[in-house]
Design a protein around this ligand. Structure first.
Ligand code: ADP
Ligand code: GLC
Length: 522
């Protein structure tokens, strides 16, 4: 039997008896309405431990707020070498040491450690396998990239078994953990522990599918069930974990309602629109939330001063501090445009190649960019900063603290995305009184409303066309509005009054989980 533990399993939780105990014996597995749910949540990155983008923010915050709502959520992620252990108290889980895991020809062994997620009371389970997770970055182009995350997925399910943790919901995220639903239906199907488990795959970004050569099919650890992998992909010589997840999850969610529609079209489907249309009856778009404990100018721990919607003078002071910090001319009246982003095709910065040089010549505005990614965007911003040293600052790299300063100190926040499943920075910007200029796509369309000067309603500037004209219109409209102080103040305050809190949004996930448990497996 594949991965069946040789000597049965223990229901003990672990050495330190941390966290709530949950066994299948208490109440049975079927969800009865108001009781707390048991959720196994697997993600490749979780803030604040390991982060490259919004997936980490969402995993950390959703786990935190589900836990706060009374659910027993067990969060699984790799113990990357990058995780700062100096301030993290980590305990080994007694029954999860030196666990063998055979994936194809790879004889792996892993340990599981547990810790409290910083800033939350949620337990996080860290899969320790240095052979896989002690690399130069969280994600790599190494030949065994697929194996690193297939191992995470197996390890999470094995850990559930050994802890006797019977999840009502198995919640996986993106391609990294998208084989979980198929594993549940095959390799782990023998185990009555999972008899009532429903699987949910959340799509944070269809642009990354994790495909690898079908020659490596044995690495999935599917054993005899390898034949269930999608034949079309295999015919093309590939295994596509994301497609498998979409095919086999009981339900699929995406991170905004608009993106849920968009991905069913050829334009945004990245080749998976057909299978997404097939599964449209089991596909839901739920907008991400914001953890205002981390992202709120009234108490942001990264900021030297705090402000609310009636203290915009303090925001202006933070702008000056930011200008000084990044080496820009500190002019109070000059509008400052901020960017914090991965610099990839998705984010649409190529629209700026012609537009920005022209705009900088025509308008008195400055720009601060924090990000890293593809050389063409890095080189562009670096060249622009050289050309306009007083007005353009480019900080290459990743810097959590500076990202908060840019949210607070900028007047305008620019997101010209080609596509954007949800996007978090536009929602952060709203709370910081930093007016978002965004393209109408995905979650940007769902969270920013075009400002109307007549009715004084709306929260930002939204442009439609993915071209230079579109982004130029967006920026010029914002810069024009900036000149009308009363209108601008209203626009800023409209944004600051928005509430995208996880405290609210978490209810949507609870309802989806309940819906899944009440229905049959699909
Ligand atoms: P994505 O996940 O596609 O990168 P999101 O808007 O959902 O986009 O989330 C991006 C998250 O990553 C935000 O929290 C943002 O502040 C952060 N981020 C992106 N680039 C950087 C960077 N260079 N330094 C610090 N934080 C960054
Ligand atoms: C992805 C998307 C981003 C989304 C984030 C969290 O990285 O690119 O739009 O906000 O996931 O769901």
């Amino acid at each position: 039997m594949w991965n069946q533990p040789a000597a049965g399993r223990s229901r003990a939780f672990g050495a330190q008896n941390l966290g709530p105990s949950a066994t299948r014996s208490d109440t049975g597995n079927r969800y009865t309405g108001a009781m707390a749910l048991r959720i196994c949540f697997i993600a490749s990155e979780v803030a604040p431990l390991a982060k490259t983008g919004g997936l980490a923010d969402v995993s950390g915050a959703l786990a935190k707020y589900l836990h706060a709502a009374g659910h027993d959520i067990r969060l699984f992620m790799p113990l990357y070498a990058q995780i700062d252990r100096s301030t993290l108290e980590v305990w080994p889980v007694e029954f999860l040491q030196n666990v063998p895991l055979q994936l194809g020809s790879h004889a792996l062994r892993f340990d599981v450690h547990t810790a409290r997620l910083p800033g939350a009371s949620t337990m996080v389970y860290l899969i320790d396998c240095p052979q896989l997770y002690a690399r130069g970055s969280l994600y790599t182009n190494d030949v065994d990239e697929h194996l690193r995350f297939i191992a995470l997925t197996h390890a999470a399910l094995l850990a559930c078994q050994r802890m006797g943790f019977a999840p009502h919901i198995l919640h996986c995220n993106d391609w990294h953990t998208a084989l979980a639903p198929l594993l549940l239906r095959t390799v782990f199907a023998w185990d009555s522990l999972f008899a009532e488990t429903r699987s949910l795959l959340t799509l944070h970004n269809l642009g990354y599918q994790g495909s690898f050569s079908s020659d490596l099919a044995a690495d999935t650890g599917l054993g005899p069930a390898t034949g269930q992998l999608d034949a079309g992909e295999r015919y093309a010589g590939r295994i596509n974990p994301l497609r498998e997840g979409i095919l086999h999850a009981d339900h699929i969610s995406t991170v905004s309602p608009t993106y849920a529609q968009e991905i069913q079209t050829a334009e945004h489907g990245w080749g998976l629109d057909g299978v997404l249309r097939q599964r449209a009856g089991h596909l839901t778009g739920l907008l991400n939330g914001v953890d205002y404990e981390d992202w709120d100018p009234r108490h942001d721990r990264h900021l030297p001063r705090h402000y609310n919607a009636n203290q915009l003078g303090i925001k202006a002071e933070l702008k000056q501090l930011l200008q000084q910090r990044v080496g820009l001319e500190a002019l109070a009246q000059r509008p400052l445009i901020g960017v914090v982003s991965r610099l990839t095709l998705q984010k649409g910065f190529e629209l700026l190649f012609d537009t920005l040089p022209q705009l900088l010549q025509e308008r008195d505005a400055s720009l601060v960019v924090l990000g890293s990614g593809d050389a063409r965007y890095e080189d562009f911003f670096a060249a622009l900063a050289q050309l306009w040293p007083q007005r353009v600052a480019f900080q290459r790299g990743y810097n959590e603290e500076l990202s908060h300063w840019i949210e607070a100190g900028s007047d305008i926040f620019l997101m010209p995305s080609l596509y954007e499943p949800c996007g978090l920075n536009q929602m952060y910007s709203l709370r910081y009184g930093t007016v978002p200029v965004v393209r109408r796509t995905g979650g940007l369309a769902d969270s920013v409303q075009q400002f109307d000067a007549d009715t004084r309603s709306g929260t930002g500037v939204v442009f439609n066309d993915f071209d230079g004209g579109g982004v130029a219109w967006g920026l010029n409209t914002a810069l024009d509005l900036y000149q009308h102080k009363a209108l601008w103040r209203r626009l800023v305050q409209n944004g600051m009054a928005q509430d995208f809190s996880w405290r609210k949004q978490v209810g949507a996930y609870e309802r989806l989980y309940q819906h899944l448990l009440q229905g049959p497996r699909t």
